[in-house]
Ligand binder design. Structure first.
Ligand code: GDP
Ligand code: IMO
Ligand code: MG
Length: 429
């Protein structure tokens, strides 16, 4: 029995969906512990592309069971849409998906608040899915949980007080009275569709742990979007780091065996905020095109930059990631030179540790180590030894600088476009 947490080590979109699918063969249960439908996890198999936002990617793996843990914020309408999306593709959900009673929900007024704040000067560049306002309500103790949604009286009371409290915001979009009617109508439609999936998932997990099942926690977003450790305020409103798996599912930290981090061979971020190694201009644009870099949720172009070891080392440390999956090395295939950032110049000093100050982050100048490229295609290569020597050197150098072992290298979207370096990297595999 083992519990493995899979996390993004950058600003999200590292390829967690693909890696999760690869690791799902080992797992009995796949669990989301934070975020909501701001995530977009792409899985390509049988030549078909699936993008999942809320339901764990493990649902695509026949026979695996999935949980949406209490730390996730759930938009009930989006949830039903995703269930329908999967059912249309003949993916069985019944007896395979469980949603925590304690999940906080997202309502249209959360999306209004998100959209409203995105119009202000202080905008973050969010996905406008209402994620931040829903978590805000949770911690302000006015949120509405799944368990409350399921009880007629409790729900109506809580909804009314929320509509009253947020009336100033709501009125910018519609009248609170008509919004109440809309939400009640939506509830009448969606509740019968989701009721049977709702369960005490923390209790379920405890019993599966006692039965010695293998459990994979699928992180959304990434360390640099973590509300505590990321590039605040340009972060998401949850804890994507591995520690979030404990509070986000009700699983004690001592039970976690391994943390697997996922990083791209370069860096991307969607939305606003500091990005020290960002490549601007035509070269950045060409890399973005090669990587087909558009956000899987919003369709916005991703900003592209060189791999940042200062950032990566911090993400590895905070997560306790001992194993790393390196994705998208194919995007670098044609480059003559590849840069990796090993330090930040700040004033007359050199920073090796990621700074938290907004001012410092805006002003640092990345210091690069330049490695020779491999100038040949990596797709189709199936063993580490067959990779071009410079590609192997690139991988080994990252391992050396970060003090971790790569477990696999991905050079394409498909499952088969993967090299396993360490065959048995999961406990009890
Ligand atoms: P996630 O949010 O971490 O699951 O990542 P996304 O699905 O948002 O973004 C990753 C994108 O890169 C998706 O379109 C994947 O299909 C694609 N992808 C994943 N691994 C590779 C790879 O090794 N090479 C290439 N070219 N694309 C990849
Ligand atoms: P996956 O799981 C990349 C970013 C948004 C924005 C910031 C806050 O696919 O890696 P939010 O709507 O969460 O309040 O937006 O976080 N963001 C992501 N960027 N991948 C994601 O998820 C993201 N989820 C949120 O672009 O900058
Ligand atoms: Mg994504």
């Amino acid at each position: 029995m083992s519990l493995v947490v899979l996390v993004g080590l950058q600003w999200g979109d590292e390829g967690k969906g693909k890696v999760c699918h690869l690791l799902s063969s080992w797992a009995d249960w796949i669990v989301r512990y934070q975020g909501g439908n701001n995530a977009g996890h792409t899985v390509v198999f049988d030549d078909k592309k699936y993008v999942l936002h809320l339901i764990p990617s493990g649902i695509l793996y026949p026979g695996k069971k999935c949980i949406i843990g209490n730390g996730v914020v759930v938009d009930p309408v989006a949830l039903v849409e995703e269930i329908d999306f999967l059912r249309k593709r003949k993916i069985k959900i019944t007896d395979r998906l469980y949603i925590s009673l304690n999940c906080h929900l997202i309502f249209p007024y959360h999306k209004y608040m998100d959209a409203f704040r995105e119009k202000l000067k202080t905008k973050i560049g969010t996905t406008k899915r209402g994620i931040g306002p829903s978590y805000g309500d949770k911690f302000a103790r006015v949120g509405i949980r799944m368990v409350d949604y399921m009880e007629d009286d409790t729900f109506e009371k809580l909804l009314s007080s929320n509509l009253k409290e947020k009336a100033v915001f709501i009125r910018k979009f519609q009248s609170p009275e008509s919004l109440k009617k809309q939400i009640m109508k939506e509830r009448a439609r969606v509740l019968p569709r989701i009721r049977n999936f709702v369960a005490d998932t923390a209790l379920m997990l405890d019993s599966r742990i006692k039965k010695k099942r293998n459990i994979l926690f699928e992180g959304a977003q990434g360390a640099m979007l973590d509300c505590d450790f990321g590039t605040y305020p340009f972060v998401t409103s949850s804890n994507p780091v591995s520690g979030g798996a404990c509070t986000g599912c009700g699983v004690p930290p001592v039970m976690i065996n391994t943390v697997v981090g996922v990083t791209k061979a370069y860096t991307t971020r969607v939305g606003l905020g500091p990005f020290p190694t960002e490549i601007k201009g035509a070269f950045g644009e060409s890399l973005r095109k090669k990587g087909d870099e558009y956000g899987a949720t919003t369709g916005r172009p991703r900003r592209v930059g060189w791999l940042d070891i200062v950032q990566l080392r911090m993400a590895i440390r905070i997560n306790g990631a001992t194993k790393v999956a390196l994705t998208k090395i194919d995007v670098l295939d044609e480059l003559k030179e590849i840069k990796i950032c090993t330090g930040y110049k700040y004033g007359s000093g050199l920073l090796r540790d990621f700074p938290y100050s907004r001012k410092i982050l805006q002003e640092v100048i990345p210091v690069y180590e330049v490695l020779p490229g491999w100038c040949s295609g990596t797709r189709g290569i199936t063993s580490f030894g067959k990779l071009p020597a410079n590609a192997r050197r690139f991988v080994r150098r990252i391992e050396e600088l970060c003090g971790v072992k790569m477990i696999l290298i991905s050079m394409g979207r498909a499952k088969k476009e993967t090299i396993y370096i360490e065959k048995k990297f999961l406990p009890n595999d």
